[in-house]
Ligand binder design. Structure first.
Ligand code: 5RP
Length: 231
């Protein structure tokens, strides 16, 4: 499902574009498809803006020309994955702890295209997938206490194959937050959490998404569709 949706996303790319290169496993497949098109000559003069160390390393390995976020005034199209997508195209991102740069790129993009498999579609955000919040290392406990006063329970995200917490591309830590009844007002929660001292950014992407491509299996065949935004 991830591969067909990644391939479908590349059909939205045109030569001469500055392209935001998302993070995560679906975005990685999209970056690989992009490299194939560039190598074949069907897409020319593409410059990528990486959303993470992961996408930067992959693009370098695949010879996709990169340009720094600070040196572009706008990005034509950003293509990225998501952890949850609601019917109004509000998102939770940050499953890969890359949401700070992902949000910077999405905010600078003329168009944000989200690529997901059907399991990511939800009616209400945060009922099962925790909201990632990037915090300064020495502020994590203070932020956790403040979030708990907002009725959010949180865990410091722990690393694999390293003792202790994961450390983000920016040297910070991640709190994964679940609100008891999920997130009903993403705009309010996004702002409220970002207002806590010590928080760098949270993974709510509000009013940023223009189009969603969804991969699903239908009669044993993988298909892609683009749902209409509700509301
Ligand atoms: C990383 C992200 C990813 O886009 C998100 O976690 C989806 O990843 P995947 O395509 O592997 O399911 O937000 O911070």
């Amino acid at each position: 499902m991830k591969k067909i949706v990644a391939d479908a996303a590349i059909k939205e790319v045109q030569s001469d574009m500055i392209l935001g290169l998302g993070s995560g496993s679906t975005a990685a497949l999209m970056i690989r498809s992009l490299a194939d098109e560039i190598r074949a000559g069907t897409l020319q003069n593409i410059r990528g803006v990486a959303t993470s160390f992961q996408s930067e390393v992959l693009a370098l390995e695949l010879d996709i020309p990169l340009i720094d976020l600070a040196s572009v005034s706008q990005i034509d199209l950003a293509i990225d994955g998501a952890d949850e997508v609601d019917p109004g195209f509000q998102l939770i991102k940050g499953g890969g702890a890359c949401h700070v740069r992902e949000k910077l790129v999405a905010s600078k993009a003329n168009k944000l295209l989200i690529v997901v498999d059907e399991t990511k579609l939800v009616q209400n955000l945060n009922l099962s997938f925790p909201l990632p919040v990037e915090v300064l290392p020495n502020a994590w406990k203070q932020v956790q206490d403040t979030i708990s006063e907002m009725n959010g329970s949180s865990n410091l995200r722990m690393a694999n194959k390293k003792a202790g917490p994961i450390v983000t591309d920016h040297g910070n830590l991640i709190l994964d937050v679940l609100f008891k009844d999920g997130i009903k007002d993403p705009k309010y929660i996004e702002k409220s959490i970002n207002n806590i001292p010590g928080v760098l950014e949270n993974g709510l992407f509000v009013d940023l998404t223009d189009k969603v491509l969804v991969g699903k299996i239908q009669n044993s065949v993988p298909v892609v569709y683009s749902p209409s935004k509700v509301g």
